[in-house]
Write a protein that binds this ligand. Sequence first.
Ligand code: HEC
Length: 110
Amino acid sequence: MRRLAILLTCLAGAAFAQGADAPGGEEPSVLPAGQGQEEVFYACTACHSTAIIRRSSFRRDQWDGLMDWMTEKHGMNPLEGAERTLIVDYLAQHFGPRAAPARGRNPFLN
Ligand code: HEC
């Protein structure tokens, strides 16, 4: 019986380690919902967490160029065709240039 308990502990440990594989234990839902959410998550978190994406804001052409940079400099699998369009559209839509804050308004007084 004791042996069985030890075996079970080991199995549980292995399952836990596997779940922790994703960087930071993130799931696709850390990204805004929308078409391309899962594709972006799985294509991009092989190397880094989504934090680097979420804190970025680029125009579509900048995101597009970044995909080549990631491939050339960092060995990402080239993104092409429909998948590339889907991913770059998603990034531009959800992580595009932030709107300039309205001037002369104190957001704490609204
Ligand atoms: C093969 C590995 C790899 C993959 C896959 C990958 N990246 Fe990167 N990415 C890197 C590395 C390495 C850096 C730069 C080092 C760092 O700052 O961590 C980086 C940096 C970045 C940056 C910061 C750029 C800057 O100058 O501010 C962004 C944004 C980014 N990646 C977005 C993405 C997106 C979006 C995807 C998915 C389409 C992706 N990455 C997939 C390796 C990768």
